[in-house]
Every structure is written in C-alpha cells, then in structure tokens.
Design a protein around this ligand. Structure first.
Ligand SMILES: Cc1cc2nc3c(=O)[nH]c(=O)nc-3n(C[C@H](O)[C@H](O)[C@H](O)COP(=O)(O)OP(=O)(O)OC[C@H]3O[C@@H](n4cnc5c(N)ncnc54)[C@H](O)[C@@H]3O)c2cc1C
Length: 624
C-alpha cells in the first residue's frame, strides 16, 4: 500500500537548529586545528594525528582496525596520484585495456559514429567474434557481466579492495527514434487530454512534445525507459527484485538502483509533477504578497490571518484558515512550505492527489476534467510496484537508490521517493533519493527534505549528482518556452553541488541520522568532501558519507578511497552484450578525449604501466 501521512508541526525551533549548527561547527573546527601535526603515510593514505595505526576499518579485505575514538582525533587525506595503490586490483592487461578504450574514446569520429562502427564490426566479425572483441574491450571495461552469476567474481574482487557495488541492470531496448516517439506520445497523454485538447489548463512543460519525446537525446549519464504496457512494467519490477536479491546475496551492505519511469505510465509522473510545482509556486506567490520574497524556500512563512484576509480581498470564498486547522500543533499562526505541502497528502483515491489550488474560487480543483478508471488503476499500480521494491529492499538488507530523471518527471519521482522514506527510513536509511545539483532549485529541494526528515524523525538519505540531462533540458526549455531549469554555467553547478553537500554534511555532524552518497567523478568534489569530513569529525567507518562512481571510470578515485576505509561504491551495470550497447555508447560519449577526467585517467594509467615495467612488475597479479 502506498502510504502518506500529514506533516506534524514543528518539533524543533529553527533558531535552536541554527544555534546548534553554529556551535557544532566551531567546536569541530577547534578540534581539527588543535590536532597533532605528526604525519604517517600508508597505502597512499595520509593521516595527521597522534596514533600511527588509525581506526580505519574498510568493508573489504584491506581493513585496518582501530578504535573510532582514535580515528576521530585524526585527519585523513587520500592521495589520488599514487598509481600503485589506485591500480592494485588490476593486472597489467586490464590496465592496457583501459588505456586502449580511453584512447579510442578520444577520437571524435569513433564516438560520434559509434553505433555505425559497432554495427559494421558485427557484420564483419560475426556475432560470436564481435561479442568476444567487445568483452576484451568496451564491454569488459564498463560492464560487469551478463547476469547475476557472471558478475560475482568482479564484485568479490572489488569488495576485497574496499569497493562495494550498486547493481544496475543495464539492458535497454535498442528501439528506433520513431518507435520511441510513438511510445512516449501514447503514454504521456491522458484520455481526457485527447478528448479536450487545450481545455484543461495544463502547462506546456508538463506535457509531452513530439520533438522531445525520444528522451535519449543528448543524455550520456543514464538509461531511458519507454512505457509499453503494464505487463512490461511488471517485468521491470521483477528484474529490479532480482537485482535487489543479488545485491543482498553478494554483500552485507549492498545498494540497488531503480528508475521510476520503468515502473509505470509516465503520464502520472508528468501530471503529479505539475501539481506539485503549481502548489509550490502558489505558496511562493502568497509569500511574496506578505513581503517574504527573496528568502530561501524554508525561510518563507505565511501568516494565516493575513493569508485569509488577502484571499478574501481577491474575492476567494474558501476557508483558508480552516485548511490548516487541526493540522498544526503549534500556535504560531504561521505555516511554511512543508505545512503547505501537507495539504496534498492523505487523499485516498490516487487521482484525488492531482488537485491544484484555484485562487479565484478559493478551493482545490482537479488538474484534469476526468480520469478514466484504467488511468486511476495505472497510477495505483505504479505506486504499488515502488512499494513492493521498497519492501524487498528492506527484507534483503539492501538500500534502494531511486535515480533522478528529467525535470518534468522529477518533482513526482522525488515526492514518491520521499513518501517511501517516510515509511521505510524510520529505523535506518533504506531508501535513497537523488538530487541533481545542476538544477537552480537543488538547494531548496535538499533543505526542505532534510527539514521534513528532522520534523518527522526519519533518516534522510540522498545521492547527490550534478545531473545527466543538461543538453536535453536546456533545448526543451528554449523550444517549448519556459525558464531553463539548469544553472547558467558549470561553475554555478559546482557551487550548488558543494552548497548542498555542505548542508547535508552539517546535518550528519549534527544528528548522525542523515546519509549522503557523493556520486561524482569530480576529484575536487571528492577532496572537498574529505576536507569537510575532517573539519566536522566525521569518521569514514560511521558509514554516513558514501562515494559513488561508475564501473570502469575513475578507479584512481574509487580504489584509494576504498583502501582508506571510506564506503565507496561502483554503479555496476550488467546484461548481455547486445542489450547493453546503448549503455556502452553513452560511456564512450562521457569519456571523450576533451573531458578533463578522461585525460587524467589516461595519464595515470600510463604512469602505472611504466612504473610496473621499470620495476619488473609487469606480470603483477592482484591477490584477493
Ligand atoms: C554513481 C552515479 C550515479 C548517478 N546517478 C544519476 C542519477 O540518478 N540521475 C542523473 O541525472 N545523473 C546521475 N549520474 C550522472 C551525473 O549526474 C553526472 O552526469 C556525471 O556523474 C558527471 O558529473 P560529475 O560530477 O561526475 O563530473 P563533472 O565532469 O565535474 O560534471 C559534469 C556535469 O556538470 C554539469 N555541467 C557541465 N557543464 C555545465 C554547464 N555549462 N552548466 C551547468 N552545469 C553544467 C552537468 O551536470 C554535467 O553532467 C550519476 C553518476 C554517478 C557517478
């Protein structure tokens, strides 16, 4: 059952929280600066502090034991230039393969025409030889194997070097653009819209547009699902369940990733997103009427009596005061965005969720004229599938990561994930939401959800990414005519990422309930995280701050982190060669020659191969 509950009133005063943050930051900084400056270096991990053997216990075989207290007194930094440690888990042939693959990705022609080149290679070599060739090159680099059994050795090897796995079944239908467009248009338009084109006051952003209906365009970071029918969604759910079980079976602390668009008709995600955004916008409008514009989302508070007066002046006849009567336990007479959002909770019929406030009439109105019984069923089934997956994750001791997708789906995806967190994250973090920091609204999203978790007492858990759909999002906004949701430039995305990250790290330091995965290949971001962890006294073995990278990318970051005892995970894609081609094609795009990260990786691989050659270690075999 999909479960919703209303937001209880403020449990902790804001002033108190800010005061605690301030005191805590000061106290922690003090500890860090007063720590001893003696340094020891081991396996590329530098530790400033008194004890020679720090309390770093990784999850893998390279553990070093010690007490948490000893670790807290030390400052840890990881050396990402130490190639011997970074590539300890790889033999020289694997290093050579990486080098060849990254080198091939540096040729624009090959990347741009990768599909044609692969099709041609398949014709010339035949399927069997082609499969072998791919396994020796691209597939071997970026994909773990064909099925759950095939991937076990790699998972075990990585685990023994301190690197965990987020299983990510990567099979994608390789459908034509025409078919993708047809499927998308069919599944994003409701029966009511087809009947009354333009009569329901839908926003263009939250409607399907043929020229953007192939959602794969310009995306390098993520897989795309197109809705076929309910049976196909059930099939996706079964696949995710297998993935969750395999994650549970392969380690004690596994993660599994899912995409909401695989689990139901996307029409519901579009409509629910529109509803959520309209509610939020309406609140911001009312706040501006009370002179609160310019404040951050969580700082804006509406006075209920003023709200009632304003609405009455507008001619609205609704009992706005009454909307909140009985919902708030405190007597401040004010509400904030979270109280406001609670208005769209506790509705039994799913289509009843799709209501928006009508200012003129002062009442809630349905977004669409009507919903068919089948549509209501489809919405329910999507929520049920999500719920089934959450239950499986809980039973298997696996944490479920819900990936973030396009902005016209994301408000709904994020909200549904939050509802699961309210239900399943009471005791421990089971469900992880994803926040895309290339969005202008990322900080508001993160802070509001953290605040809600505080008020309700559940474990906030987030994966922070920069975002995979930038080109597509910008182009769509421009063509369709709405504000570009993405930060104006790369630097502002970086600032946003670090701002959101700092907020969550502070929250962890404050109450040890929040959790974050820093899902990035950006070395500066990883270093920034380590610095803040040191400043805040966050110990890697507390398992509150995780790191995430994709398999086959940035090993020079993942492995040193893992060996230093930080919880670090690779997104591990798997599936038969032919069916992961679209995934491989995107990996080629993301590792293009001009990418700073790819260049650095090639340099480090060379450095290590030359080092092994010079020291007679070319035949080195990793032990695990
Ligand atoms: C483990 C893992 C899980 C992931 N899960 C998701 C997910 O669920 N959803 C999702 O959307 N993505 C996901 N991604 C992809 C991610 O969002 C990024 O696309 C990818 O990781 C590159 O960002 P970076 O921080 O690694 O590296 P960087 O190279 O530092 O950052 C590149 C990113 O910066 C942003 N950017 C670049 N240029 C500009 C510009 N001009 N203006 C504004 N912003 C700019 C873009 O987001 C771009 O992808 C995931 C990545 C990883 C490693």
């Amino acid at each position: 059952m999909f479960y919703v509950k209303t937001v209880p009133a403020l449990k902790r005063a804001r002033a108190d929280i800010h005061f605690k943050r301030l005191v805590l930051n000061r106290a922690v900084r003090c500890t860090v600066t007063s720590s001893s400056t003696a340094q020891t270096e081991h396996d590329g991990v530098r530790i400033r502090g008194g004890s020679e053997c720090p309390g770093l216990s990784g999850r893998g075989g390279r553990r070093r034991e010690g007490t948490a207290a000893a670790a807290a007194a030390n400052e840890i930094s990881v050396d990402f230039e130490q190639t011997r440690e970074a590539y300890k888990s790889k033999d020289s042939l694997e290093l050579l393969r990486s080098l060849v693959v990254f080198k091939l990705c540096s040729y624009d022609f090959l990347v741009d025409k990768n599909k044609e080149v692969m099709d041609l290679a398949k014709k010339i070599l035949g399927q069997k030889t082609f499969d072998q060739f791919m396994k020796m090159t691209f597939y071997g680099q970026f994909v773990a194997g064909e099925d759950h059994n095939d991937i076990k050795p790699l998972i075990q090897k990585n685990h023994s070097y301190g690197v965990g796995s987020v299983l990510d079944y990567s099979v994608e239908e390789d459908i034509s653009q025409e078919e993708a467009e047809r499927k998308e248009m069919d599944s994003c338009v409701s029966a009511a819209e087809k009947e009354n084109i333009g009569k329901d006051h839908r926003e263009r952003k939250y409607q399907a547009h043929k020229q953007f209906s192939d959602r794969r365009g310009g995306v390098t970071g993520a897989r795309t699902y197109f809705y076929a029918d309910e049976a196909k969604c059930d099939q996706h759910m079964e696949t995710f369940i297998k993935c969750i079980k395999a994650s549970g079976g392969s380690s004690m602390d596994g993660f599994s990733a899912i995409k909401m668009t695989a689990l139901g008709r996307p029409q519901f995600l579009l409509q629910f997103s529109e509803v959520l955004v309209k509610w939020r916008r309406f609140f911001t409008f009312l706040a501006s009427q009370q002179g609160k514009d310019g404040l951050e989302a969580l700082e804006q508070r509406l006075e209920l009596t003023q709200l009632q007066e304003f609405m009455t002046k507008l001619g609205a006849n609704g009992d706005f005061y009454g909307w909140f009567k009985g919902r708030k336990e405190d007597s401040t007479g004010c509400i904030d965005m979270l109280d406001w959002n609670s208005l769209i909770d506790d509705r039994t019929k799913i289509s009843d969720l799709l209501v928006v406030p009508n200012v003129e009439l002062g009442k809630l109105e349905p977004l669409l004229g009507k919903f068919t019984v089948e549509e209501d069923q489809q919405m329910k089934r999507m929520l049920q599938r999500v719920d089934v997956l959450a239950k499986h994750a809980l039973e298997s001791g696996v944490r479920l990561m819900v990936d973030a997708e396009q902005t016209y789906f994301q408000p709904a995806i994020s909200r549904l994930t939050l509802e699961m967190q309210r239900t399943y994250n009471g005791e421990k973090p089971v469900i992880f939401n994803t926040y895309q920091c290339y969005l202008k609204e990322a900080y508001d999203n993160v802070t509001m959800d953290v605040e809600l978790s505080r008020r309700e007492g559940w474990h906030f858990a987030a994966k922070l990414v920069r975002g995979a759909y930038m080109y597509q999002e910008r182009e769509r906004a421009k063509e369709i005519g709405y504000e570009d949701p993405i930060n104006p430039d790369y630097e502002s995305t970086n600032r946003m990422y670090h701002r959101c990250l700092d907020y969550v790290l502070d929250e962890i330091a404050l109450n040890r309930k929040a959790n974050v995965m820093v899902a990035s290949h950006n070395e500066d971001t990883v270093k920034h995280t380590l610095t803040r962890m040191n400043e805040l006294g966050l110990i890697p073995t507390e398992n509150k701050v995780y790191f995430g990278q994709l398999l086959g990318m940035c090993d020079q970051i993942s492995f040193p982190l893992g060996q230093a005892g930080f919880p670090v995970y690779k997104y591990v894609p798997y599936g038969p060669v032919n069916e992961v081609m679209p995934y491989l094609s995107r990996r080629a795009q993301e590792n293009r020659g001009f990418m700073k990260g790819a260049q650095k990786e090639r340099e480090l691989l060379w450095k290590e191969l030359k080092r092994r050659l010079a020291s007679g270690e070319l035949l080195y075999k990793p032990v695990y």
